[in-house]
Design a protein around this ligand. Structure first.
Ligand code: 13P
Length: 336
């Protein structure tokens, strides 16, 4: 394992003022988002949409990396250059989603385990040769108090897969984004989310240590500690920020260079406000930044979908606005 290379890639991905754009939606997820806006979802429309994102002028000031899907990392811009080369020229590190999705966990109704370890060593070698320098694997954890979820079986199975994925990435000189997402769906309170997020992170770091993963060469992609989406009592911005940082401080070692949050269904503005509030707090040992998908893309996608040929520049301006707001939020300066 080349620890120097891993450390320098990970640090660049979460450099102060920068975050990561998640644009790695699977075909199914992309279709859902396009369908909702009346856009055909095929290889060419996905290419055009991702081209709009990747070539947006100015976003490189706020993005250290962009996560791509298998199809996208092999695609070309209209001018014939590879998307990967467009990103490298802008100084944005190309990344790749390598898990193959969350599947039902055997004997545990309502819970998922993320798959994709078989053949991963070979896939990583290929992705590195194409130009990927980091990867992503997302585990999903469901909270359901009535059904007593999550179970330990779910937490351990997902943590083990994340740790084996991370080890394989580091062997291949690829920085693993380790993403244990505690879903915000449900009626649970912020306190329950805090307890589950803590338990999840504790087990994830135990397993990363068991597998010998080099922590300065990873990026953690956690969910924020939030009230469940259907909980009548919604915690305010400051409470979420404090609960999230408190939980990370308990379970995330200080030698992890950065925590890049997912947005998980929060609106674009709320996701920015939460990140901003966390970055006004003292004594935080890691860079706290964003690795948002929907909270960055959704407003730009909406504009683009109105007229995919005519609205490219307008959509790119909206994308840049979101990137700038989140870049400022990594310094606690959004909205000032
Ligand atoms: P959201 O920010 O839309 O949750 O997406 C982030 C992501 O990459 C989920 O894996």
């Amino acid at each position: 394992m080349n620890t120097d290379v891993l450390k320098s890639i990970a640090s660049a991905m979460v450099a102060k003022g920068k975050g990561i754009l998640a644009a790695d939606e699977s075909h199914g997820t992309c279709k859902k988002r396009f369908d909702a806006l009346g856009i055909e979802c095929d290889e060419e429309s996905r290419r055009q949409y991702r081209q709009m994102l990747i070539t947006a002028p100015g976003v490189e000031e706020f993005l250290g990396g962009i996560i791509l899907f298998d199809e996208t990392i092999r695609q070309f811009a209209d001018d014939g250059s590879r998307f990967v080369d467009v990103l490298n020229e802008k100084g944005i590190i190309p990344g790749i989603k390598v898990d193959t999705g969350a599947k039902d966990l055997a004997l545990h109704p309502g819970e998922k385990v993320t798959e994709g370890l078989d053949g991963l060593r070979e896939r990583l070698a290929e992705y590195r040769s194409i130009g990927a320098r980091f990867a992503k694997w997302r585990a999903v954890i469901t909270i359901d108090a009535e059904k007593k979820l999550p179970t330990d079986a779910c937490l351990w199975a997902n943590a083990h897969a994340l740790a084996r994925y991370a080890a394989l990435c580091q062997e291949a000189e690829i920085v693993p984004i380790v993403e244990p997402e505690v879903l915000m769906d449900g009626f649970h309170s912020l306190e329950t989310c805090e307890e589950v997020t803590g338990r999840t992170l504790e087990i994830v770091f135990q397993d990363l240590n068991h597998q010998g993963v080099y922590l300065p060469g990873i990026v953690l992609k956690p969910s924020m500690v939030l009230s469940g989406a259907n909980c009548p009592d919604q915690a305010d911005i400051e409470t979420v920020a404090q609960a999230t940082v408190r939980t990370l401080k308990k379970y995330v070692p200080a030698d992890v260079p950065g925590c890049a949050f997912l947005s998980g269904g929060q609106s674009a503005e709320v996701a920015t406000a939460h990140l901003n509030a966390m970055n006004t707090m003292e004594d935080v040992p890691w860079n706290l930044t964003f690795s948002y998908g929907r909270a960055i893309q959704q407003p730009a996608l909406k504009k683009w979908a109105e007229a995919p040929d005519a609205n490219v520049a307008l959509a790119q301006a909206i994308l840049l606005d979101r990137c700038r707001a989140n870049g400022l939020a990594t310094r606690g300066e959004a909205g000032e």
